[in-house]
Each structure stands twice: as C-alpha cells, then as structure tokens.
Design a binder for this molecule. Structure first.
Ligand SMILES: CC(C)(COP(=O)(O)OP(=O)(O)OC[C@H]1O[C@@H](n2cnc3c(N)ncnc32)[C@H](O)[C@@H]1OP(=O)(O)O)[C@@H](O)C(=O)NCCC(=O)NCCS
Length: 223
C-alpha cells in the first residue's frame, strides 16, 4: 500500500506500531478525557503522527477534535485520513490542491466474526476475495474486503457528508494488491460539490499481520 500511496502525488503515510506521547489541546483533552486508556493512547498517537505530517508540510498541528460524525478536521489546504487497530496506527496526509480526498484503514489479519461477511458483501465481491485467498493463502480476503469499504467511506464522508451502507459500495479485490470500488448512493446526491467519482481504485496489502487499504482521490485537474 505504501507504494500505492507514495505513487500518488502529495500523499504521505505516517505509521507507528507503538503508542506515542502527544500533548493535547484543552478541547481535545476535554473530548477524550473519559475514554478508556486504549482509546486515549490511540487518540494521542495519531495526533503525534499528524504533527509529524503537518511539520513536513511546514504547518503546526492545530487542535483536532473530531467532527460530529467522527471525521477528522484537517487544517485548511490539507486532506487526510486516520486509522488505528491493535498494534498499528497510521495517518495519511495530502495537500488539497493535489489530492481531493484520501481514505485509509487497517485491520488485524483475522477473519470477520461469523455472519458478518455475508451481511457486508455480495456474491461477486466474495468470488473476487476468494481469488485473493487462492493466490495469497495467508490473507483473510473477507477482512480485506471489509477494510476496503471502510477506507472508501473515510474518503467519501468528508466530501459528501452522507453515510454509506456496505451494500452501496461494491469492492472487487484483485490479487495484485489493487481493488476497484463502485459507489451507488441511495438517493441522488443533494450537493455535487463533493464530487467523489462513482468508481474509485485503491490498494491493499498485508504487512506484519496488519491488512492495510487505501484510496486516494486525485484532484480534479488530474482526473
Ligand atoms: C468511521 C469508521 C469508518 C471508522 O473505522 P474503524 O475501522 O472503526 O476505525 P479506524 O481506527 O480504522 O478509524 C478511526 C478513524 O476514522 C476516522 N473517522 C471516523 N469517522 C469518520 C468519518 N465519518 N469520515 C471520515 N473519517 C472518519 C477518525 O479519524 C477516526 O480516528 P480518531 O477518532 O482517532 O480521530 C467506522 O467506525 C464506521 O462508522 N463505519 C460505518 C460506515 C461504514 O463503514 N459504512 C460502510 C462502508 S461502505
């Protein structure tokens, strides 16, 4: 995935396998102070990664209290996405003049709980995921599929501001580490300003037990 992300102009990935300390702003502290230690630590860790990323862009890290739907709120001119799971935290950051949006997700390489796979996928999606498992027997194709949908949602939501059901995003995985996503919003979009295309392409990989997925929406100029 890193290769895929770094192939997109302006997007950088910052990762950590352990918790990092980060001073929080008073409003961030107020937002997170009642969280369990695991959640508190991941909240701090990704903000430490955001600080690194923004520093590379020559920017300070502002307070980043999540938006009303949990979305990260980036400073003007910046787009990005955040993920964390057991043993892994990551932030992808790009400049909005080069990248319209980005979504990343990470999941432990374990199968989905019983019954979930059928609920979040179609027969065509499962057939493609089966092919991934044939060529990569160490990869949980069901979890890659789930993760890819989460990554698409994270790229979609900040631009379109509407929810997506799992059935509204069809993911076709490819064994070569790529996937396509076809998005079918439930109602005609009220605001075309977001401009997320109906078809996206993304990347997946397995790194040290963690499945990672990413989609990057190029700026309109490079469509
Ligand atoms: C929001 C969601 C995608 C997060 O995924 P997750 O696997 O539970 O958790 P991750 O650790 O990978 O990601 C968490 C980060 O996602 C980001 N996030 C949360 N809500 C978001 C949203 N609405 N839009 C974009 N990013 C969002 C946040 O930055 C969060 O980190 P933070 O709270 O520390 O700032 C998931 O909880 C969710 O609500 N899913 C339902 C929507 C969905 O997936 N629909 C089907 C897809 S087609």
């Amino acid at each position: 995935m890193q290769e895929g992300l770094s192939g997109q102009a302006g997007v950088q990935l910052y990762e950590s396998r352990c918790d990092l300390a980060e001073p929080l702003y008073p409003d961030e502290l107020e937002h997170i102070r009642r969280a369990v230690p695991k959640r508190f630590n991941e909240f701090c860790t990704v903000r430490a990664l955001v600080r690194r990323g923004l520093k590379d862009f020559g920017l300070p890290r502002p307070s980043m209290v999540p938006g009303e739907r949990g979305e990260p709120r980036w400073p003007m001119g910046v787009v990005g996405s955040i993920t964390h799971c057991q043993g892994y935290r990551a932030v992808a950051i790009g400049r909005s003049c080069e990248v319209r949006g980005v979504g990343i997700d990470a999941e432990p390489n374990h199968p989905l709980p019983g019954g979930v796979y059928q609920r979040i996928s179609s027969a065509d999606e499962r057939a493609a995921a089966d092919q991934v498992e044939v060529l990569h027997p160490d990869v949980c194709g069901d979890k890659v599929l789930f993760s890819a949908k989460e990554a698409v949602f994270k790229a979609w939501f900040p631009l379109e501001r509407t929810l997506l059901g799992f059935e509204q995003v069809q993911i076709i995985l490819s064994p070569d580490g790529l996937f396509t996503a076809a998005i079918r919003p439930s109602a005609p979009r009220q605001r075309p300003v977001g401009g997320v295309p109906a078809r996206l392409s993304g990347h997946w990989d397995l790194s040290e037990g963690i499945l990672r997925t990413a989609v990057v929406l190029p700026s309109r100029e490079t469509d």
